[in-house]
Design a protein around this ligand. Structure first.
Ligand SMILES: Nc1ncnc2c1ncn2[C@@H]1O[C@H](COP(=O)(O)OP(=O)(O)OP(=O)(O)O)[C@@H](O)[C@H]1O
Length: 344
């Protein structure tokens, strides 16, 4: 995947006449759903690469959805299929309930996306670049100021594009996707190659768009970035979905209880006997798989083992991600044992 800002795929320029009226409104079902989606490629030596293997994805309408997975897990290929830029071998895709690619023209005006390399003119100002794009897709010029505000670039809009920082270039690309006021925005690794300030600004822009009620699908292999901005996430590994749900749901119950007790061996034996996974960390014990930390305290106290400290060590999404994707071997597994597919 290329790094740095990507070009705007102006889906809005698609043929809207062929598809007829748009059926359904934003909010009456998922913005994106895929079922058993599969895509293979042939390598130069004619061997087959399975890029996407039976992917089920559901992105609720409204808010920011993180599409997470390690490098090579099939995110870009999936996004390209969602946008009609690659054809699935098999499976189903729906955008706002409409089958894609068959009914893409019916939904195309509701979708904006950033993939691949930028196509802005370096010597033109940010504003001029947007004005050219706006007239190409038949959008009034007044819209240019609105989208510049939406990405917080109004003040720098007169600077030539070539003087923009990478973060500003990326926000200009986002502004271009907003010209047609789409309901769904798809960004493939939008923070790739940006410095921390650029990442923060792009993230704030995505959050704002999600708060406006738009659906933002953002792919990333850097989970810490998405964790802070996403309402819901899907985690993929080797082209398959391994977990999905809200960030809170995915990390809930996955923390460990840290307990400090004088008689460590006795406490270890007692807690292990309850069926919990217990590991030693210095003078403390880490207990995994406990639904409520109070249960640890209660179990110990009943046997006269009094804890001097009980606390929760919460996993972040990064650890959940590593645990989930580590389970998926070469052959792939559909689901990781013990991980619920939490549908938002
Ligand atoms: N055009 C292609 N020809 C051959 N193989 C491809 C092609 N496009 C993707 N692949 C392979 O398909 C797999 C999935 O790639 P994809 O780019 O979709 O993953 P990704 O999750 O977006 O990864 P990254 O974060 O590194 O971009 C990889 O093994 C990749 O090498």
């Amino acid at each position: 995947m290329p790094s740095g800002p990507r070009a705007v795929v102006s889906l809005q320029e698609g043929t809207t006449s062929a598809g007829g009226p748009i059926i359904g409104t934003h909010g009456d079902g998922p913005a994106i759903s895929t079922r058993a989606l599969r895509k293979t490629f042939r390598r130069f030596d004619l061997s087959q690469v399975v890029a996407v293997e039976g992917l089920d994805l559901e992105v609720p309408a409204g808010g920011v959805h993180g599409f997470l997975g390690p490098n090579g897990s099939g995110k870009t290929t999936t996004i390209r299929m969602l946008l009609g830029l690659a054809r699935p071998d098999s499976g189903e895709i729906r955008l706002f309930g409409e089958p894609v690619p068959q009914r893409l023209p019916a939904v195309v005006a509701r979708v904006g996306a950033i993939v691949e390399q930028p196509k802005f003119v370096p010597s033109f100002s940010g504003r001029r670049n947007l004005e050219v794009l706006a007239s190409a897709i038949d959008v009034p010029r007044t819209r240019v100021d609105e989208v510049l505000d939406q990405v917080d670039l109004r003040e720098r809009a007169r600077d030539p594009f070539r003087r923009f920082s990478l973060g500003m270039k990326q926000r200009l690309a986002i502004a271009a996707t907003l010209l047609k006021d789409p309901d769904l925005l798809i960004f493939d690794e939008p923070t790739n190659g940006l410095d921390p300030a650029g990442i923060r600004d792009v993230r704030a822009t995505m959050r704002r768009l999600g708060d406006e009620g738009r659906t933002v699908l953002v792919s990333s292999h850097i989970l810490a970035e998405v964790q802070q901005v996403a309402d819901t996430v899907s985690i993929v590994a080797r082209g398959r979905s391994v977990a999905s749900g809200s960030v809170a749901e995915l990390v809930r119950g996955r923390g460990q209880v840290r307990v400090v007790v004088r008689d460590v061996p006795a406490a270890h034996a007692l807690l292990t006997a309850r069926g919990w996974r217990v590991t030693r960390e210095g003078g403390a014990l880490l207990v995994a798989g406990v639904p409520d930390p109070a249960l640890v305290n209660e179990t110990l106290a009943r046997e006269g083992l009094f804890a001097s400290e009980v606390g929760t060590v919460r996993d972040d999404l990064e650890s959940v991600f590593l645990e989930l994707t580590a389970h998926v071997g070469t052959g792939g597994t559909d689901r990781v044992p013990g991980v619920a597919q939490v549908r938002p």
